[in-house]
Design a protein around this ligand. Structure first.
Ligand SMILES: [Zn+2]
Length: 256
């Protein structure tokens, strides 16, 4: 089984950052069949609203992982959209031209509906990047000011049909999130977030098509053995499992 993990944080709150620890992670992952990992960065190490200098430092750390294991890691460029158009464009351009980053990662600095997302999407369009948006079912409206509900991420995808978007955390968005994402061809869901839940992977495959579901672990918050089991144990065909675990992300990020 060949696997690509589209949602990881190999360095998390500064842990796991030494070359030795990273090499151990690569070896353990390869033993589970993972041939490639997308590193989204140490996204909350500076809180919810990092400065431009902190964003740059986080992305440079991602670049270091890629330099150590170029065949194993790809990176997404972490952004704080609230910093504005100039800062966003400058950082995306830097990460793409200097390091070859393949996507943009958005966490909880703002809601995906906000106006500050416009330059982010323009940058994604200009450089042909995939956008991964942290998403979680949000019933707390105060939190939702900076925390995207699946409704918000789906709206972002509908506003920008020419940009490919990943709605993170299948378990976090739940059955309702799957329905929000339905019918939007440029929107993909990753399977990270929470423990496996009965019937959810099957529901996503049925409603979105297996070609719109991507394996993600959210490592180190979740174990790869458990999150791979979430796909392998689902009542879907072997061909659909292969799409989710490998082929969809390989195609999305041109990894072949
Ligand atoms: Zn994550």
């Amino acid at each position: 089984m060949r696997i690509i993990d589209v949602h990881t944080h190999p360095i998390f709150f500064r842990k796991g950052a030494t070359p030795k620890e990273v090499a151990a992670l690569v070896a353990q992952s390869r033993a589970l069949g993972i041939r490639h990992m997308v590193s989204l960065g140490d996204v909350l190490v500076h809180g919810t609203h990092p400065t431009a200098a902190q964003v740059t430092a986080m992305n440079d750390m991602n670049a270091k992982l890629q330099a150590w294991h170029p065949d194993f890691f790809s990176s997404f460029c972490f952004l704080n959209p609230v910093l504005g158009e100039r800062a966003v464009m400058k950082e995306v351009e830097r990460c793409v031209t200097r390091y070859g980053f393949k996507g943009i990662k958005l966490e909880i600095s703002n809601n995906a509906r906000d106006a500050c997302m416009k330059p982010v999407m323009a940058a994604a369009r200009r450089f042909g990047l995939v956008v991964l948006q942290h998403s979680w079912s949000m019933v707390n409206l105060k939190l939702r000011r900076f925390h995207s509900d699946p409704i918000d991420t789906a709206q972002l995808a509908r506003r920008h049909p020419d940009v490919k978007i990943i709605m993170a955390h299948l378990t976090g968005i739940g059955f309702r999130g799957v329905l929000e994402a339905k019918g939007c061809d440029n929107l993909f869901v990753d399977t990270s977030g929470g423990y496996p839940e009965e019937g959810l992977v099957e529901y996503a495959a049925e409603q979105l098509g297996a070609d719109h579901v991507l394996y993600g672990s959210d490592l180190p918050i979740r174990e790869n053995s458990v999150t791979i089991g979430r796909i392998l144990g689902a009542r879907i065909s072997a061909a659909d499992k292969r799409l989710m675990l490998h082929d969809n992300t390989a195609r999305l990020l041109n990894l072949n």
